[in-house]
Each structure stands twice: as C-alpha cells, then as structure tokens.
Design a binder for this molecule. Structure first.
Ligand code: GLY
Length: 379
C-alpha cells in the first residue's frame, strides 16, 4: 500500500510550518529523509503571522522546564541561522539585539523588580534599568516610564524569511514537501507502519509520522486519543520607520510588544482570542495593544501603517508544548502546542523530534510528553 507515491517513507511530517520544516531539517542533518505534507502554504497558519520574538524570559512567570526549553532553543539559534544562511544565501534577519520589559508607572515597578530578582539569579547578564537608562537602550520610549529589565542576549528573527531559508535548504537537500495535501486520518497499516490518508483521496505509508499541524492538529483522526490543541488568534500590525532609530524589542503591560525589524518596519502586537479558526483584524483588537503606546512610545503611532494581519497560535490545555511519542501509538509523534513560541522553539523541537525518531529519549522533552493529557482524561 504505497498510496500516491507508491513508496514507503521513513518519516512523514504532517504540517509545513516552521516546526515541521525544522524537524525535517534536523532529520536531514542526521542523514535521515522525511516527507512533509502541507495543506496550503508552508507557514500559513502561524509562521507568517509571527512577530518572531526570541525572548524566553517574557514568556513564562516562573523558572522550570519550559523556561529551560526556551533558553536551550535560543542558544541553538546562532548556529541554526548561520547554517541556513550558508546553505541558501538567504538571511533570516536574526538579531540578538536585546529585549526590554518595561514598567511604565511607579506602581508597576514592584512586579517588575520581583521578576528581575528570580530571573537574574538564573542569568546574571540581566540589568535593572531606570527610565533614562532604558531610553538610551530604546529611543522609542519617549513617554512615561519608570523602569525596565534589559535582557541583552534575547532578540528576534524575521519569521517569513526564516521559513523561506528553511524551505530553500530543504529543497537543496531534496526533502519532498507536498502542498495541497489535507491530512484527515492516520491509521495503523497492520504491519508496524502508519497510513496517512488525505482529503484528496491519497494515502501514503510511513514508518513514523510526526504531527506538526499547528492550530489544526486536533482535526486529524489518529490511532489513539486525540491531542487537544486549539487555535488562539492573534491580531498584529507593522508600521514603517523611515530610519533605523529603534533597536530593541519592548514588552509593555498588559500584553503588548513592539519589535523593530532590521528592514525598518516595527511590528506591534498582539491580541489573544479564542474564536476558533476565524482569522480577521478588528479596530477593537488593534486598540488593545496600540492604546498603551500613546503614553509609552507615542512616536510609533505617527508612523505610516504598513500592514495589518492575524494568525492562529496552537495552544494546548496547559499552554505548554506537546513533544514526543503518542503513548497509544509510539510510531506517531506529536510536535504541537507551541502557542506563543513556535518560532523560538523551532530549533529545539527539531532536535528533540530527531532524537525520538532515532530511538533516543531526550530528557528535556520529558515534561512535555503527550501522555499528560491522556492521564488527565483517565483520572
Ligand atoms: N510570541 C508573541 C505572540 O504570540 O504574540
């Protein structure tokens, strides 16, 4: 039973976003071939919508395995992008330009200071800045400001360019990526392999299948309990800055951020909306993260609007990634639930999934195994 291709793949990866592509790339670096099946455009659900922030410390409020996973992935970034750039000549605009988390008012300072206290114990390079020090680091902060934490090693990447470079590298490595294939069902073949059925009537066979279908991962029927991942929409926009005045990613309360890109755009985001798979931009959504800027960084609101868009983040019930073999079907691996950090976590996810496929048990993935949801369901 070879389906459309008449052959059997070692690994089929369902989903051609940044996560699926990174897994294929890491497998290829270890001499292993895979095939990617993609519904529409690679990266169309979340990757192309992402602000590309590489900032572990602002994505969790506690130390622990999730923070360590993000920090490990950040440490893999310089080599990951250097290799892609070398192979393809395409630059993903990776910048370790530093991130600021700001307290606009004196009343915000205590919470920021508490965050600094536990985080600087893990990373002594962090700096607690007063307003004037923060303004030197980021000149857009001309409005009301009390203090900031500076994370010198964090930064950003241009996610659409990153996936373009990954796709270029995969093409050079002759890793097949089939577009227009909507996987609906994965079933055991009866002789140790899996059959991957698609809506178009095709069927392909593989020794292992990796589910990396982002916000649509739970739509696919699998041999075993489905992994619960749901879409969380994010609205976001970009303005054009005439010169490169702005330098650092800034996180501001309650949930806003801006990201000065190397091409002179400043990306500002983002909403979090659980509204199913609808993708749209609303004035109310944009106001949510633009309003606080009128007192914090008002100049940004006078820059020409370049683009508005939205994307779908994939969120698991505990908002943590889901990484590893499905306990009811070990040939099926899950790489999902990356939520707000798919771009940041792409390299470590590629590494982890390649380890599992090669028969390893990567220790840093154990807190994120899919079985935590199955156990919860049985209790
Ligand atoms: N990583 C930021 C966001 O998801 O909005």
């Amino acid at each position: 039973m070879g389906g459309k291709t008449g052959s059997r793949d070692e690994v089929i990866i369902v989903g051609g976003g940044i996560v699926g592509c990174s897994i294929a790339w890491h497998l290829s670096c270890r001499g292993r071939k895979s095939r990617i099946l993609e519904r529409q455009e690679p990266g169309g659900l979340a990757t192309h919508a992402a602000a590309g922030i590489l900032g572990p410390m602002n994505e969790t409020d506690r130390p622990g395995p999730f923070l360590e996973l993000m920090r490990r992935s950040l440490s893999l970034y310089p080599d990951f992008v250097a290799r892609l750039e070398e192979e393809t000549g395409l630059s993903p605009d990776f910048a370790q330009s530093g991130i600021l988390a700001v307290a606009p008012r004196p009343g915000d300072r205590a919470a920021l200071r508490a965050r600094f206290d536990w985080q600087s114990a893990l990373d002594p390079s962090l700096v607690f800045c007063d307003a004037s020090e923060a303004r030197i680091l980021e000149p857009a902060l001309t409005g009301s400001l009390d203090s900031a934490i500076y994370y010198p090693d964090e930064g950003h990447v241009f996610a659409p360019r990153l996936i373009k470079a990954l796709l270029g590298s995969l093409a050079r490595r002759r890793i097949p990526l089939e577009q227009g294939v909507t996987v609906t069902r994965i079933v055991p073949s009866g002789h140790g392999t899996l059959l991957v059925h698609d809506r178009e009537g095709g069927c392909r066979e593989a020794e292992k299948v990796v589910l990396a279908a982002g916000a649509l991962l739970s739509d696919i029927e699998i041999p075993g309990t489905r992994i619960p991942v749901s879409p969380v929409s994010g609205q976001i926009l970009a303005v054009r800055s005439p010169g490169s005045f702005y330098r650092r990613v800034v996180f501001y309360p309650p949930h806003g951020y801006f990201v000065p890109k190397l091409d002179g755009t400043v990306v500002i985001g983002a909403t979090e909306e659980s509204i199913g798979t609808r993708s749209r931009v609303t004035p109310a959504g944009l106001l949510e993260f633009l309003s606080p800027l009128s007192s914090l960084a008002p100049e940004l609101l006078d820059l020409p609007l370049h683009h508005v868009w939205s994307g779908l983040r994939p969120k698991s019930p505990d908002a943590l990634p889901v990484l590893g073999p499905h306990p009811e079907c070990p040939e099926l691996l899950v790489a999902g639930g990356h939520y707000r950090n798919g771009i940041l976590l792409a390299p470590v996810t590629g590494e982890i999934m390649a380890d599992w496929i090669e028969g390893g048990t990567p220790a840093h993935s154990l807190p994120f195994l899919p079985d935590r949801f199955l156990k919860a369901g049985k209790e």
